[in-house]
Design a protein around this ligand. Structure first.
Ligand code: FE2
Length: 186
């Protein structure tokens, strides 16, 4: 069932206090930091909103399971979980970077020799579950997809959005842009 604006706010309000995997931030803090990093870098609204919502699939999975925990020990394919709920609700410029943000990590591990060393312990663990680094051939195929470079930028903000001391704007700050993108897509 497609999510509306109230559904998204409710999910983040009710379940966003859950810890973001093994990181020292909550799901809400992680989402808000990721969006703020994108906004501060001058990214377009579509990518800022993609950053805000990129891990919402974890919260949907927890809601469906009736748990207050987001179990990130196993690969829940959260990058795909969200898509049926936002298809027709938000444009591909939001949905595709979300869909590709795990693949972007696999790409960066292959394409940038120094990238792997920057990953947190939890992210190294999840990389193994997600299939590990791409081969050079897989990386080239990844980059041929529309919005692949947006997904790589999302990934870089994602990796940095784990600071327990970073103060960022609240969810309300992003809602007018989220609503506007929804209205344009409907
Ligand atoms: Fe994330």
């Amino acid at each position: 069932m497609p999510l509306n604006l109230d559904d998204i706010v409710r999910l983040i309000d009710q379940r966003g206090a859950q810890q973001y995997g093994l990181e020292a931030v909550s799901q809400r803090e992680h989402a808000l930091q990721c969006a703020h990093l994108a906004e501060s870098a001058g990214e377009p609204d579509e990518l800022v909103i993609a950053c805000l919502l990129h891990d919402l699939g974890h919260l949907i999975a927890a809601e469906k399971a009736g748990t207050m925990d987001t179990d990130m020990r196993q690969d829940d394919l959260h990058q795909y979980t969200l898509l049926p709920f936002l298809r027709g609700v938000l444009p591909d410029a939001v949905l595709e970077p979300i869909r590709l943000h795990v693949d972007a990590k696999r790409y960066l591990c292959q394409a940038e020799g120094s990238y792997y060393a920057t990953l947190s312990t939890a992210s190294v663990h999840s990389l193994a579950q997600q299939g590990g680094a791409y081969t050079a051939v897989e990386s080239r195929a990844f980059l041929r997809q529309p919005f692949a470079e947006d997904a790589v930028r999302l990934r870089r903000y994602d990796d940095l959005a784990k600071d327990p001391d970073r103060a960022v704007p609240p969810l309300d700050h992003y809602l007018p842009r989220l609503e506007q993108l929804m209205l344009q897509t409907a």
